[in-house]
Design a protein around this ligand. Structure first.
Ligand code: 5GP
Length: 206
């Protein structure tokens, strides 16, 4: 188990919510925070850098890593495999860093079991319409991929209730400030879901 809480922060969100941008800003602003780089079997997007965004590997390589227990957690998302490398995460925690895992709800469920001290945060978009707009605007995925990701968001967002805190990602600065303040003051109590957050979550059920 981890030595203390706040060593491991999980950030999940439906695809297109902007969590990568939030995580980048957090690690830029807070030198004590680092982001884990996941392994994936997904194809690299044009704007991605191998070793920076992800470590892109083949399915056999990923399977070999699973067999070697090299992952802290792993899951299949949108038909591809994604996993958090155990060695790197443990090394960063040993150095006293707060490690951010940008992973889906399945991965969060696995980590909660092995590391009950982890802190889990869920980002939601300001509205269903805004999420669709952001997915379209990103311009990195095919129409089929966008539809799949939007459909999956309906399921993903229902898992937000299992997290320690939910944040609406409307404004980057504000979201990062809210996250930092929450982490700073966290003493084991969940952040209650606001009426506004609940109405956004419920709008995805329709
Ligand atoms: P994308 O393909 O858009 O980069 O990511 C798709 C989904 O996979 C996102 O929800 C992202 O958080 C999740 N993901 C990325 N890396 C990991 C990982 O290492 N483990 C798990 N469980 N999910 C991941």
């Amino acid at each position: 188990m981890l030595p203390k809480n706040k060593s491991l922060l999980i950030i999940s969100a439906p695809s297109g919510t902007g969590k990568t941008t939030v995580v980048r800003k957090l690690i830029q602003d807070k030198p004590n925070m680092v982001a884990s780089v996941s392994y994936t079997t997904r194809s690299k997007r044009d704007n991605e850098i191998d070793g920076d965004d992800y470590r892109f590997v083949s399915i056999p390589v990923f399977e070999a890593m699973v067999a070697e227990h090299a992952f802290f957690e792993y899951a299949e998302v949108f038909g591809n495999f994604y996993g958090t490398p155990k060695k790197e995460v443990e090394a960063s925690i040993k150095e006293g860093k707060t490690v951010i895992l940008e992973i889906d709800w399945q991965g969060a469920n696995q980590v909660r079991k092995t590391e009950p001290n982890c802190l889990t945060l869920f980002l939601i978009p300001p509205s269903k319409e805004e999420l669709k707009k952001r997915l379209d605007k990103r311009g990195t995925d095919s129409a089929g991929e966008i539809n799949l990701r939007f459909k999956e968001a309906i399921n993903d967002i229902q898992h937000s209730i299992n997290y320690d805190a939910t944040f609406i990602n409307k404004d980057l600065e504000l979201t990062c400030d809210e996250i930092i303040n929450f982490v700073k003051q966290y003493k084991g109590l969940k952040k209650p879901i606001s009426e506004h957050e609940l109405s956004i979550i419920n709008s995805f059920k329709i």
